[in-house]
Write a protein that binds this ligand. Structure first.
Ligand code: UD1
Ligand code: CA
Length: 471
C-alpha cells in the first residue's frame, strides 16, 4: 500500500517586506495569485493527497482565491512564525499517518514533478524528513543549510540568527519539506521562539530531530529558479518574468511562433494552438483559448476569450470575454467585450466596438462603428459610422438585423429595432421604426440644391473681399 500523503501550505503571513495592504499570497505572478499557483502544484503533484492551507492575514480573500479547488483551511489567528503555523494544525492533522509535505505559499514556481520526487525520496529513505535545498549566488535572506559529515542536513540557520561563518554558506533552504508525520508531531513542541525575531522557526525542527537521533536528508536542486521565494516586489517581478518565459517557452516548443518572446505576456492558463503566430507585445490573459493557424497582432490584448482556428487579430485590438469563430478577422484597433461573438468568416475593422453583439457568418463592419446588444445575421454589411443607440438613459434595448441587410454609412439605429432581411438602410439615416424585409429605409431629410446660391453670395460680398481677390 502507498504511504498516505498530506500537503500543508503555509499562507497566513502578511508579507511585511512587500509593503502592501494586500496579503503577499494574493499578489500575482504569471496572471494568477501566488496561492493559486502553489495549490495547483500541490494538487497536480499528489492527486490522492489531502491539501490544507494555513490562512491568517486576509483569510477570507485567500480562501476565496482557491475556494473551488477542494482544499481545507486551517486558521492561524496570530502569525508566530512558520513553526507556529504548523503547530496550529496539530488538532486537525496530527492523527494523519504517513507523510506530511510542507510548502510555503510564496514559492509559486515550484513544479509538481519536483514535489513528487521529494515525496518519493522521503518514502524510500529512513530519514525523518527530506528538505529541498539549492545553491544561490547571493543567499541573503534565506535560511542556510548546514550539513553533517555524512552529507545530511544538521541544521538550518536563519539570516537573523546565523554567525558570519554560517551566513557564508550558499546552500539554502527552499522551505519545501517532506516529513514523517509522526516524528514531526512528536518533536514540534520543542521548537521555541529563542531567536532575535521571537518567532517559532519551523527550520529549528531539523536540529531537534537530529538531537533525537533522526536524520534529515537534503534534496539538492541544481537549478534554483523553481524554489525562488517572493518576499519583495522586486522578487515578485523577477519571478513573474521567469513565469512568462516558462510559459512562452512551452508554447514555442508546442509549435507556436512567438516573435520577440521577451515582450509577449501569456497567462499560465491560456492555451494556443499549433502554427499560430504571436506578434510582439501581445498579451494573452486569463483563460483565453486560441486555436491553430491564428495570427495575433502586435499589442493586442485578449482576455478570457475563445478564438477558433485561422482567426486573425490585427494590432492593438482589445478583446474581453468574447468568442471568435473560424477564419474571422478582427482589428486593427477594434474592441470586443462582454460576450461579443464574431461568427465564421466575419470581419471587424478599425475603431469598431462590439458589446454583447453577435456578428453573423461572413458579415462585415469594417470601420468606425458601435454595435451593442445587437443580433446581426449572415452576409450583412455595416457601413462606417453606424451606431446602435441601445441605451435610453435607463435601460438597454436590442437591435436585430436580418441576413444580407446593407446598412449605409453613418446610420443611427435607435433600439429596440428590427431590420428585416435583405433590406437597405440609406446612408445617414436615423432609423426608429421597424424595417420590413427587402425594403429601402430612408430616415433623413431630402437634399435641396439652391441654384446659383453661392454665386449670388459672392456678388453681395463687400468690395474689400473682391479687391483682395483681384490683387
Ligand atoms: C523561510 C524559511 C527560510 C527559507 C525561506 C525560503 C523559516 C523560519 N524560514 O523564510 O529558511 O530559506 O522561507 O523561501 O521557515 N507563514 C505563515 N505563518 C507565519 C509565518 C509565515 O503562514 O506565522 C507563511 C507565509 O505566509 C509564507 C511562508 O510561511 O508563505 C514563509 O514565510 P516567510 O516569512 O516568507 O519566511 P522567510 O523569511 O522567507
Ligand atoms: Ca519567504
Amino acid at each position: 500500500m502507498q504511504t498516505p500523503v498530506t500537503i500543508l501550505i503555509l499562507a497566513a503571513g502578511l508579507g511585511t517586506r512587500m509593503k502592501s495592504r494586500r496579503a503577499k499570497v494574493l499578489h500575482r505572478v504569471g496572471g494568477r495569485t501566488l496561492i493559486e499557483h502553489v495549490v495547483e502544484t500541490a494538487l497536480a503533484a499528489a492527486p490522492a493527497a489531502d491539501v490544507f492551507v494555513v490562512v491568517g492575514r486576509q483569510a477570507e480573500q485567500v480562501q476565496a482565491a482557491v475556494a473551488d479547488c477542494g482544499v481545507g483551511f486551517i486558521h492561524q489567528a496570530e502569525q508566530g512564525g512558520t513553526g507556529h503555523a504548523v503547530m496550529v494544525c496539530r488538532e486537525r492533522l496530527a492523527a494523519r499517518p504517513g507523510l506530511l509535505v510542507v510548502l510555503y505559499g510564496d514559492c509559486p514556481l515550484l513544479e509538481p514533478a519536483t514535489v513528487r520526487e521529494l515525496i518519493e525520496r522521503e518514502a524510500g529513505s529512513p530519514a525523518a524528513a527530506t528538505v529541498i535545498t539549492t545553491t544561490l549566488e547571493d543567499p541573503t535572506g534565506y535560511g542556510r543549510v548546514l550539513r553533517d559529515e555524512a552529507g545530511g542536513v544538521r541544521a538550518i540557520v536563519e539570516q537573523q540568527a546565523g554567525t558570519p561563518a554560517e551566513l557564508a554558506v550558499r546552500e539554502i533552504n527552499s522551505g519545501i519539506y517532506c516529513f514523517r508525520a509522526e516524528l514531526l508531531w512528536a518533536h514540534l513542541e520543542q521548537v521555541q521562539p529563542d531567536n532575535p525575531a521571537r518567532e517559532y522557526y519551523l527550520t529549528d525542527i531539523v536540529e531537534i530531530l537530529g538531537r533525537a537521533g533522526h536524520g534529515v536528508q537534503p534534496y539538492h536542486l541544481s537549478d534554483p529558479s523553481e524554489v525562488l521565494g517572493i518576499n519583495t516586489r522586486l522578487e515578485l517581478a523577477q519571478v513573474d518574468r521567469l513565469f512568462r518565459e516558462r510559459k512562452v517557452r512551452e508554447l514555442m516548443l508546442e509549435g507556436v511562433t512567438v516573435e520577440k518572446p521577451e515582450t509577449v505576456l501569456v497567462d499560465a492558463r491560456a492555451t494556443i494552438g499549433m502554427d499560430t503566430v504571436i506578434e510582439p507585445f501581445a498579451q494573452i490573459l486569463g483563460r483565453t483559448r486560441i486555436g491553430e493557424d491564428c495570427r495575433i497582432g502586435a499589442g493586442a490584448i485578449i482576455r478570457d476569450s475563445e478564438l477558433a482556428d485561422g482567426v486573425e487579430i490585427g494590432p492593438y485590438t482589445i478583446i474581453q470575454a468574447s468568442r471568435i469563430e473560424r477564419g474571422a478577422r478582427v482589428g486593427p484597433y477594434a474592441r470586443l467585450r462582454l460576450g461579443a461573438h464574431v461568427a465564421e468568416g466575419a470581419q471587424v475593422g478599425n475603431f469598431v466596438e462590439l458589446k454583447k453583439t453577435r456578428l453573423g457568418p461572413g458579415s462585415k463592419s469594417m470601420h468606425l462603428a458601435y454595435l451593442g446588444d445587437a443580433e446581426i445575421g449572415a452576409g450583412v454589411n455595416i457601413g462606417a459610422g453606424t451606431i446602435t443607440c441601445n441605451y435610453d438613459g435607463q435601460s438597454k434595448h436590442p437591435t436585430r438585423i436580418g441576413d444580407r441587410v446593407f446598412v449605409g454609412s453613418n446610420a443611427t439605429l435607435v433600439a429596440p429595432l428590427d431590420i428585416g432581411e435583405g433590406s437597405y438602410i440609406a446612408a445617414g439615416s436615423t432609423i426608429t421604426d421597424p424595417v420590413p424585409p427587402d425594403a429601402l429605409a430612408l430616415g433623413r431629410a431630402r437634399q435641396v440644391n439652391k441654384a446659383d446660391w453661392a454665386k449670388k453670395r459672392r456678388a453681395k460680398a463687400p468690395t474689400s473681399a473682391k479687391c483682395a481677390k483681384e490683387t
